[in-house]
Design a protein around this ligand. Structure first.
Ligand code: GAP
Length: 436
């Protein structure tokens, strides 16, 4: 099993991910994506969009504003309930999530349960704790030049609400047949008490969410179908090994306030099994709350039967960073004398690396440039490397997950063949340029 420190180190060394605001000593819970990270991240997000929206007839996209009317978060229940249990060490004043200090505890941990274990403070080792209090995780800001209570707004803690608030607009403009889904990708912000495990728990993350609107009596089959499709996406499209993905039926007391059924899809990350994504049955909770708060009808009128009803919702929700880390965890391998990212070809930042055997031989460089341009025209994601020796170039390309390295040597000038080295097997074959 790969170690998290090794993945973090590779990410920094090869330009995938840097600590946020690194130059100023960082900003806890934030991360910046470098050139390679941006490419991998886009490939993951594009694969999601392609699978869930572009290839289907029942899914549509929206892209809502991050700062929404604060009524949104009152109606959704986030102002009242989007909170984690916070304890403070009375000795060193360190603040922690109470449920993370007690093995097997959940977010609903009580003072009695906490004090029964009475854990040591991770910072100073003392056992002198405050009472648990609920800490709301939404980031507050003020909109406009006046900073009083009337101008309070929030950075969205989930992309979902930007979908629900547009449900009526979409229904009234494109008249989709039920069941249908609205999908969104974008930033979400949570003032996590303890960001941790690299990009697993961040204060600024990106979500990819679908609200799938169904008839109230149809939710169970749609939920099962969505679960199956999620497995297909994670395992066949993204290439995660099926044995590393586990379903966890979330008990009622641990479910979010809006959910009547949730399955968390867990993944074997380097530091243990953690939630990769959630699949929730949100009932008509959000639409009826919006209906009450806005005074506008959220009913859907079935064109065939003429019935009107407020749809129920199945919501698959996944964090881009968690999927990114799952992809890296599955791909990262240490073998004999090399480290390699065995990324699926559809996700690898570069598909080919092209090099001349020697960079000081103009005829080799010219031929290699020709091959490079040909591949670039065809596959776009092609990189050029003439630094160091061939061994070093292979080492670098292995670490960034490039599936094929193409090397142009003196024979290439004679017979138009090149050496193609496979990242996973390290085997090299000779082939004609035209066959690449
Ligand atoms: N709209 C439902 C919702 O937001 P959630 O379980 O709170 O549900 C959904 O979040 C997904 O978003 C999680 O399964 C995870 O992949 C991602 N996520 C949530 N909080 C995160 C954080 N602090 N850092 C990174 N990803 C996070």
């Amino acid at each position: 099993m790969s170690k998290l420190e090794d993945i973090v180190s590779l990410c920094k060394r090869r330009g995938f991910i840097f600590p946020g605001s690194d130059v100023y000593g960082g900003m806890a819970g934030t991360w910046d994506f470098g050139p390679l990270g941006v490419m991998l991240r886009r490939n993951i997000m594009n694969a999601w969009w392609q699978f869930w929206v572009d290839s289907r007839d029942d899914m549509y996209g929206v892209d809502a504003a991050i700062i929404m009317n604060p009524k949104t978060w009152e109606a959704s229940g986030h102002v009242a309930t989007f909170a984690d249990p916070l304890v403070e060490c009375k000795e060193c004043h360190g603040r922690f999530r109470a449920d993370k200090l007690v093995d097997g505890a959940t977010e609903s941990i009580t003072d009695a349960e906490f004090l029964k274990v009475n854990p040591k403070c991770p910072t100073c080792g003392k056992q002198n704790w405050s009472e648990i209090r609920k800490f709301n995780m939404m980031f507050q800001t003020h909109v406009g030049p006046v900073t009083d209570d009337s101008s309070i707004a929030y950075l969205r803690p989930e992309t979902a609400q930007g979908i629900f608030t547009n449900y009526k607009n979409v229904v009234d403009t494109i008249y989709p047949n039920i069941p249908f889904g609205l999908a969104q990708q974008g930033k979400a912000f949570r003032n996590e008490i303890s960001p941790r495990d690299f990009i697993l728990r961040d204060r600024e993350c990106s979500q990819m969410e679908i609200e799938y609107f169904v008839r109230p009596d149809d939710w169970e089959p749609q939920f099962e179908k969505m679960l199956e499709e999620q497995h297909y996406f994670l395992e066949q499209v993204i290439g995660l090994p099926a044995e590393m993905v586990h379903d966890l039926e979330v008990p009622a007391e641990d479910r979010a306030h809006y959910s009547k059924r949730t399955i968390d899809m867990m993944f074997d990350y380097p530091n243990g099994e953690e939630e990769l994504m959630g699949l929730a049955y949100r009932t008509d909770f959000d639409l009826t709350n919006i209906q009450h708060a806005s005074g506008k009808s959220m009913e859907y009128r079935d064109k065939v039967t003429g019935e009107s009803f407020v749809p129920h919702v199945i919501e698959p929700s996944i964090g881009v960073e968690r999927l990114f880390l799952a992809v890296l965890t599955a791909a990262y391998k240490e073998e004999d004398d090399r480290t390699v990212l065995k990324l699926p070809e559809n996700l690898a930042p570069y598909k080919f690396c092209v090099s001349p055997l020697l960079k000081n031989k103009p005829e080799l460089v010219a031929k290699a440039k020709e091959v490079y341009q040909m591949l670039k025209d065809k596959y776009t994601f092609v990189t050029w490397d003439d630094s160091g020796n061939i061994g070093k170039r292979y080492k670098k390309q292995d670490e960034i997950g490039t599936p094929k390295c193409v090397v142009i040597d003196f024979d290439s000038l004679e017979d138009d063949t090149v050496t193609v080295r496979d990242r996973d097997t390290t085997e090299q074959v000779r082939m004609k340029v035209g066959e690449l």
